[in-house]
Write a protein that binds this ligand. Structure first.
Ligand code: TYD
Length: 134
């Protein structure tokens, strides 16, 4: 099963450069309650390594590149993020890992909920057991 779901983002191009608007509930299939970004990831560094019970996210690589592994407890897919004009959907109950960051990579995350540590599953075996029980 291919877990990779892209959302093509509108890109308004003119002689001054590009503008990419993202509107909650319109461009992406959820309202946006939180925005955060990852930057300054050290060479060889990795992020993620968790899933969420309820959170939906869109991940956009607005500079540089990295690889992302998605895992639903049964299938795994890997993808390269290197474009600012499309986002990768990370639904709830999908384990995700980000790695192979190039220098100066910036990952923008649009999230459907406020931050809640209790929504995280940080243990892979627990995640696999929960997802396979469904
Ligand atoms: P985490 O989600 O584990 O980061 P990553 O997925 O990039 O590896 O979060 C790292 C730390 O930051 C953790 O202590 C929780 C905190 N945090 C917040 O306080 N607010 C947020 O919106 C996020 C995403 C994380």
């Amino acid at each position: 099963m291919n877990l990779i779901k892209w959302i093509d983002l509108p890109c308004i191009l003119d002689e001054r450069g590009a503008l990419v608007p993202i509107e909650g509930g319109i461009t992406i299939p959820f309202d946006i309650r939180r925005v955060y970004f990852l930057h300054g990831v050290m060479r060889g560094g990795a992020r993620g390594f968790h899933a969420h019970f309820t959170l939906h996210q869109l991940m956009v690589c607005i500079g540089g590149s990295c690889r992302v592994l998605l895992d639903n407890g049964r299938d795994r897919s890997e993808v390269i993020l290197d474009r600012a004009d499309r986002g990768l959907l990370i639904p709830n109950m999908v384990w995700h890992e980000m790695y192979d960051f190039s220098d100066n990579t910036v990952l923008l995350l649009l999230a459907s909920e406020h931050y809640s540590e209790s929504d995280y599953i940080r243990d892979y075996d627990q995640f696999r057991d929960i997802s396979r029980a469904k």
